[in-house]
Design a protein around this ligand. Structure first.
Ligand SMILES: [Zn+2]
Length: 311
């Protein structure tokens, strides 16, 4: 037999020899050849060591590689399915949360008119009420400053479906930190709202007595010709809280106010003002003018007498 040809045949038989699956004759042939041929013995040693590492034959390695590829592809499919199931689960969870936990804003018609308790010391307003719907519960109550007017606070009540066997909670209560000078509405966004508290209404006497004090202390003002109109909200000057008044003429051609049957009446077309009058809420009452031109508070009241009345 040709030496080279012999080596090729032996090397083809080596995997079978290592796995011990050759016939006795084949086994004997390879064994004898390895005793004589150093090259084939080296290949045999390398092959055996390489395979010995993971106890697999060369054929097994190929099969394992193919299996690994299939497993990889399967894993990728599993991950994709996992992600899709996860998304679906989150979506369903969100819907369930929305229905049973978060809820949606309640229309004011579905509530009884809430009670309001104002705390003079802190300016806090506690609003408590009750929902008239059955098999729903109040899920949360929030207060928000109105987008268009910082002197308006909206209270929004959310309601949600009640889970079977769970108890309906139909009453609610919320504390609004500071409503001094503000109006409070019970609101259902983009649907309706109802006024439930107006600081100026509840402090009408206080506002009237502050007005009287302004008329008494500012000689440039005349109660018969100048109307003081309380503006909404509280303005702090140097950290002192106070309220501001617009001043409008009561008589004359450009007047926006007039006396009618003993009542001060307005057409609502107020003259553009140059200033506001500010008075502190705490005593002793400080009275200042806010000059729109100068953009600051001053204690010079001459701007009042300098106004031009359009006769
Ligand atoms: Zn050989």
């Amino acid at each position: 037999m040709n030496e080279k040809y012999n080596c090729d045949v032996i090397r083809d038989l080596l995997p079978g020899y290592i796995d011990n699956i050759l016939s006795d004759t084949g086994n004997e042939l390879v064994k004898n050849h390895l005793g004589e041929c150093e090259e084939c013995l080296n290949i045999y040693t390398e092959m055996k060591e390489g395979i010995g590492k993971d106890d697999l034959s060369a054929y097994d390695t190929i099969a394992v590689d193919a299996l690994k590829k299939i497993r990889k592809r399967t894993n990728r499919l599993k991950i994709t399915i996992g992600i899709l199931v996860g998304i679906l689960f989150l979506f369903l969870l969100f819907i369930a949360l929305k229905i049973y936990v978060i809820g949606k804003p309640l229309g004011t018609g579905s509530m009884s008119i809430p009670d309001t308790v104002y705390d003079e010391e802190t300016g806090q307003l506690t609003v408590s009420g009750k929902m008239n719907l059955h098999s729903f519960h109040v899920s949360k109550v929030v207060w928000k400053e109105d987008e268009n007017n910082p002197n308006i606070v909206n209270v929004i009540v959310y309601y949600a479906e009640t889970l079977p066997f769970a108890k309906d909670r139909t009453d609610f209560s919320i504390v609004i930190p500071n409503v001094k000078g503000k109006k409070v509405y019970l609101a259902c966004p983009e649907y309706d709202r109802m006024e439930i508290y107006d600081w100026r209404m509840h402090h009408y006497e206080k506002v009237e007595s502050l007005k009287k004090e302004i008329y008494g202390k500012v000689p440039e003002l005349d109660e018969k010709t100048d109307a003081l109109n309380c503006m909404q909200g509280i303005t702090a000057v140097d950290g002192i809280e106070g309220i501001s008044f617009n001043v409008d003429f009561i008589y004359g051609k450009g007047a926006s106010y007039w006396w009618f049957n003993g009542m001060l009446t307005t057409n609502g077309e107020l003259a553009p003002a140059d200033f506001e009058i500010w008075i502190s809420l705490e005593e002793p009452h400080i009275i200042l003018i806010y000059d729109y031109q100068k953009g600051k508070y001053i204690d010079d009241f001459s701007i009042i007498s300098n106004r031009k009345r359009t006769e």
